[in-house]
Design a protein around this ligand. Structure first.
Ligand code: AMP
Length: 277
C-alpha cells in the first residue's frame, strides 16, 4: 500500500475507487473500503480532517487523529493508496478551491444544513476537490451521514460531465452489537455516557416499529422526539422525512427517520429507513 501526502504523487490514481474519510477509522469505514474493493482499482482511501466543513463552535480541534492506526486498518481492508494530505496540499494558498453550487438537499431540509450552516459548503468543496484530483470512477459513502450521501449524489448529478462516469455507491450504517452507530466521535464519549448515546438508536428503532405497525409519519415523528427526550438527550432534530428529498414525507414514497442530539457535549447523528405496511 502506498501512502501519499502530496498532490503531485497522485498521477496513477485516476479511474479508481475512492473512500473519502476524516480518519480515526473504525469498522464502518472498513466496511466501506471492503465494499469499494471489487468496484475498480486502484482503491484509494483519503484521510483529511477538512477544516472548511467545521463551524466555529464545532470539534475540529479535538476531532480524533490516529494516522498510524488508520494506515493499518486501510491496508488490512485492501486499500492500494492512502491519500493523507495536509491542509496546504488540499487548499494551496495560490490555488482557490471554489465551492460548487449546493443542491437543494444541502440547503432546504432544515436538518444538518440548519444546525451546521457552513457544513455542506465545506463538504461539497472538499469532495469536489478530491474528485477533481483523483478522477475516481466510483466513490463510496455511508448512510450514517444520510443527508451528506444525498448531497454528494445530487452534486455529482448537477455537475454533469465534470466527473465523467462517476458512480456514488451507498453503504448501510455499521453498528456496534448493541446498535450504536459507529462513529469516530464515539471515541470522545466517556463510558458513563455511552448508554445515553444508545438513546439515538433506541428511539429510531421504536420509530421503525411504530411505522411498521401502521403509525402515520406525524405520529412516528412525535414518538421519535418523545423517545429521545426520555433518554435525556439534548435534541437538535428528530424528524420523519421523504427519503430522497428530506422534505415532508410524500404518501407512498420511502421515508427515513433522522436524528441529531448531543450527549455530554458530543454531537451524534443517526438515521433509519422506515417501512410502513
Ligand atoms: P467520516 O470519516 O466520519 O467523515 O466518514 C467517512 C465516510 O464513512 C462517510 O461516507 C460516512 O458516512 C462513512 N461512515 C462513518 N461511520 C459509518 C458507519 N458507522 N457505517 C457506515 N458508514 C460510515
Amino acid at each position: 500500500m502506498q501512502v501519499v501526502h502530496s498532490r503531485t504523487e497522485l498521477e496513477k490514481a485516476s479511474g479508481g475507487a475512492l473512500v473519502p474519510t476524516m480518519g480515526a477509522l473504525h469498522k464502518g469505514h472498513e466496511a466501506l473500503i471492503r465494499r469499494a474493493k471489487p468496484l475498480t482499482r486502484p482503491l484509494i482511501v483519503s484521510i483529511f480532517v477538512n477544516p472548511t466543513q467545521f463551524g466555529p463552535g464545532d470539534d475540529w480541534q479535538r476531532y480524533p487523529r490516529t494516522l498510524d492506526a488508520d494506515l493499518a486498518v486501510a491496508e488490512s481492508a485492501g486499500a492500494d493508496i492512502v491519500f493523507a494530505p495536509d491542509a496546504e496540499a488540499m487548499y494551496p494558498p495560490d490555488d482557490a478551491v471554489p465551492v460548487p453550487t449546493l443542491p437543494a438537499v444541502a440547503t432546504t431540509p432544515g436538518l444538518e444544513d440548519a444546525h451546521r450552516p457552513a457544513h455542506f459548503s465545506g463538504v461539497c468543496q472538499v469532495v469536489a476537490r478530491l474528485f477533481d484530483l483523483l478522477q475516481p470512477s466510483a466513490a463510496v459513502f455511508g448512510e450514517k451521514d444520510y443527508q451528506q450521501l444525498l448531497v454528494v449524489t445530487e452534486l455529482v448529478r448537477a455537475e454533469g460531465d465534470r466527473w465523467p462516469g462517476l458512480q456514488i455507491v451507498a453503504h448501510p450504517t455499521i453498528r456496534d452489537a448493541d446498535g450504536l452507530a459507529m462513529s469516530s466521535r464515539n471515541a470522545l464519549l466517556g463510558s458513563e455516557v455511552r448508554n445515553d448515546a444508545l438513546g439515538l438508536y433506541r428511539a429510531l428503532e421504536s420509530a421503525r416499529r411504530a411505522a411498521a405497525n401502521g403509525a402515520d409519519p406525524g405520529t412516528t415523528e412525535r414518538d421519535l422526539y418523545t423517545a429521545l427526550g426520555a433518554h435525556g438527550l439534548d435534541i437538535d432534530y428528530a424528524v420523519v422525512r421523504d427519503a430522497r428529498t428530506l422534505l415532508q414525507p410524500t404518501p407512498g414514497k420511502p421515508t427515513r427517520a433522522l436524528v441529531a442530539a448531543r450527549v455530554s457535549g458530543v454531537r451524534l447523528i443517526d438515521n433509519m429507513a422506515l417501512e410502513s405496511h
